[in-house]
Design a protein around this ligand. Structure first.
Ligand SMILES: [Zn+2]
Length: 283
């Protein structure tokens, strides 16, 4: 499978990525997993729907109803996202956990997340235990046929703010440690969703151990790496085939811009693939 993947990837680089817009048809079936494309839809901030070559939909960090840049069609109706086969959340901040509990219940889909983020969701009654899966850094799961997800380090924090229905007051609950995810698809393609993270030296170790092809990398600053930090990691440590910058343009405190990141990446062999919220790329 490796050579197929690498061949397909090279041709994707030659012909460029295909933007198919948010209203594209998701007609199935495809000829085979080896020939099928991966489709990535940016929901804004750190939120993505990844349609795998095998036709499975993975949703990560869906901040939709409250997300200022989330596509209107999904804000109006979460079910417009289509079936959700796997839900991943990197940590409990609202711009990441967002609508994940609602989507889990809507689709009877298990929500996978850091162990100590899942626990308060269950004990507070936000999530039924049977729709949750707790795991932790270096832990891996195979939640769908041909899909492997490994939780990896992120240099960040995690706190769950919950409105107590009995008191109507907001409460802050510790929610474990933030993680990133290495998501390996059916064809061997590996996506590293970094979650929210600052710069840390073991990005080198994660690269050596998991060899990600595509990195979804926060650049907004303040809460995460800024454009210079992100470019430093991408150019010097990770050197993936492609980077999609995320976690900017949605919070006035996170001022890092796409242009700053692109400037900081000038001359690098790493392909920067900018997206706009609501856009879908196929490769
Ligand atoms: Zn965060």
């Amino acid at each position: 499978m490796k050579w197929l993947h690498s061949l397909r990837f090279k041709s994707a680089l030659l012909i460029g990525l295909t933007s198919i817009g948010m209203h594209s048809s998701f007609a199935q079936p495809v000829a085979s997993v080896a020939e099928a494309k991966t489709e990535i839809l940016w929901l804004g901030q750190a939120g993505f729907r990844i349609k795998t070559p095998g036709g499975q939909n993975i949703v990560i960090d869906p901040w939709i109803t409250g997300g200022p840049k989330a596509p209107a069609a999904y804000k109006a109706d979460l079910s417009a996202l289509g079936k959700v086969d796997l839900l991943l959340v990197t940590h409990a901040h609202i711009d990441h956990i967002g609508d994940a509990p609602a989507l889990a219940k809507l689709h009877k889909t298990v929500l996978y997340g850091p162990a100590d983020m899942i626990t308060p969701l269950v004990t507070l009654g936000v999530m039924p235990a049977e729709l949750t899966h707790r795991f932790n850094k270096s832990g891996s799961v195979k939640p769908l046929p041909g899909i492997k997800v490994t939780a990896v380090q992120a240099e960040h924090s995690s706190l769950y703010v919950w409105k107590n229905p009995a008191t109507e007051k907001l409460e802050s609950h510790p929610a474990g440690e933030a993680v990133g995810y290495i998501i390996e698809l059916e064809n061997g393609f590996k996506i590293w969703h970094m979650g929210d993270t600052g710069l840390f030296g073991d990005m080198k170790f994660i690269t050596e151990r998991y060899k990600p092809d595509l990195v979804l990398m926060p650049i907004g600053g303040n809460f995460t790496m800024d454009p210079d930090d992100a470019a430093f990691a991408a150019r010097n440590w990770i050197k993936p085939k492609m980077v999609i910058p995320i976690h900017y343009n949605s919070n006035p405190l996170a001022k890092g811009t796409l242009e700053e990141f692109q400037n900081a990446m000038k001359g690098s062999k790493v392909k920067v693939v900018p997206m706009t919220e609501g856009q879908t790329l196929a490769f």
